[in-house]
Ligand binder design. Structure first.
Ligand code: NAD
Ligand code: UDP
Length: 350
């Protein structure tokens, strides 16, 4: 039986492409809207190739109301998964207008277009950053949103609040806010993964580029935190688990109101533990130096993931070794991301 049609904004990006793949595998029809500012159409070609199913790609901007209206008039959309946005914390400090315009303005335009089209089911990409610096760990959904220290985090917090107000105003809305912890990893085929433009901000893409010889060494930001080895602790989860979380969240969209879930493993790992695991699995050295703390970094946080387990039936199933070996396979097979591809058939890709 044909399942419903899902609009995936930002579907050409890292998490969106993995989620689109999983939706196709689950039998959904997928329409991707992406302006390709940080996404790749090649990722979508590979999604179609891996799944053997077509998707519809529309190159457009979530802030473009005419584009959204046309999309909703041409496609019978059942629900929207909204990934599109800007996500670099440091960059957001220097470019607040761009971040509020895309993340907040884009979400407002999307909701207005949904409302006009009579589509009231939405899953939104939020972040653990909304808990703020003073929340005790593990983070639980019952904790209030905290003060955020940069425009990226503030934009996520503002969209969450807007969506709560929206669902209070009209009971037709059913909205799931997913607060991601630290997604890493790649599709096990090695054909789909994270392809940051320029110097990676995030730890795992940086380590992977050191391992593959694109960068000489890693800077470990801070060695004097109050953690076991002095480096920061995060809750890393596999992007395929995260993609499954979105499919599970669609099932929650029969209930009115706003529902919030952490998507994390519940386990914290330090920067040095990640470096050691990557060296062990890749069998490559990861040279590193300690550097000063990065502004805005918190010492340690991880999720309490029980609510998602109880209400969505979702649990992160993949462990650290899967996350790292999948990252490494992707990086080895695609040393320059989607811009080049080694013939994967001779490298044992499934
Ligand atoms: P990504 O940059 O790979 O994907 C975002 C996609 O949105 C890109 O393909 C980009 O081209 C597109 N996009 C950006 N602005 C757009 C616009 N105005 N109109 C249409 N498309 C636009 O990022 P990702 O890591 O896949 O993150 C997806 C979402 O998850 C983002 O909202 C991000 O803030 C959120 N998130 C990510 C993380 C993480 O660590 N990756 C953690 C928490 C939350
Ligand atoms: N980190 C690091 N070197 C890098 C990138 C990140 O030491 O080149 C550290 C960073 O200080 C943080 C952890 O790795 O403690 C995870 O950082 P990331 O940017 O991946 O995620 P986030 O800051 O969103 O938790």
């Amino acid at each position: 039986m044909q399942k419903s049609k899902i609009l995936v904004t930002g579907g050409a990006g890292y998490i969106g492409s993995h989620t689109s793949l999983m939706l196709l595998e689950e039998g959904y029809e997928v329409v991707v809207l992406d302006n390709l500012i940080n996404g790749s159409q090649e990722a979508l070609r590979r999604v179609e190739h891996i799944t053997g199913r077509p998707l519809t790609f529309i190159k457009g901007d979530i802030r473009d109301r005419a584009c959204l209206d046309q999309l909703f008039s041409e496609h019978d959309i059942d629900a929207v998964i909204h990934f599109a946005g800007l996500k670099a914390v440091g960059e957001s400090v220097g470019q607040p207008l761009a971040y509020y315009d895309t993340n907040l303005g884009g979400s407002l335009a999307l909701c207005r277009a949904m409302q006009a089209a009579g589509v009231f089911r939405l899953v939104f990409s939020s972040s653990a950053t909304v808990y703020g610096p003073d929340a005790p760990v593990p983070y639980h959904e019952s904790m209030p949103r905290g003060g955020t220290s940069n425009p990226y985090g503030t934009s996520k917090s503002m969209v969450e609040k807007t969506l709560e107000d929206l669902s209070h105003s009209d009971e037709r809305w059913s909205i799931v806010l997913l607060r991601y912890f630290n997604p890493i990893g790649a599709h096990p085929s090695g054909r789909l993964g994270e392809d940051p433009q320029g110097v990676p901000n995030n730890l795992l893409p940086y380590i992977a580029q050191v391992a593959v010889g694109r960068r000489p060494s890693l800077k470990v930001f801070g060695d004097d935190y109050a953690t076991e080895d002095g480096t920061c602790v995060r809750d890393y989860l596999h992007v395929m688990d995260l993609a499954e979380g979105h499919v599970s969240a669609l099932g929650r969209l029969s209930l009115p109101g706003t529902h919030v879930y952490n998507l994390g493993t519940g386990q914290g790992l330090s920067v040095l533990q990640m470096v050691e695991a990557f060296e062990r699995i890749s069998e490559r050295p990861i040279p590193y130096q300690f550097a000063p703390r990065r502004e805005g970094d918190l010492a340690a946080f991880w999720a309490d993931p029980h609510k998602a387990q109880q209400e969505l039936g979702w649990l992160a199933r993949r462990g650290l070794d899967d996350m790292i070996s999948d990252t490494w396979r992707w990086q080895r097979q695609n040393p320059h991301g989607y811009r080049t591809e080694i013939n994967t058939t001779s490298h044992g890709a499934s």
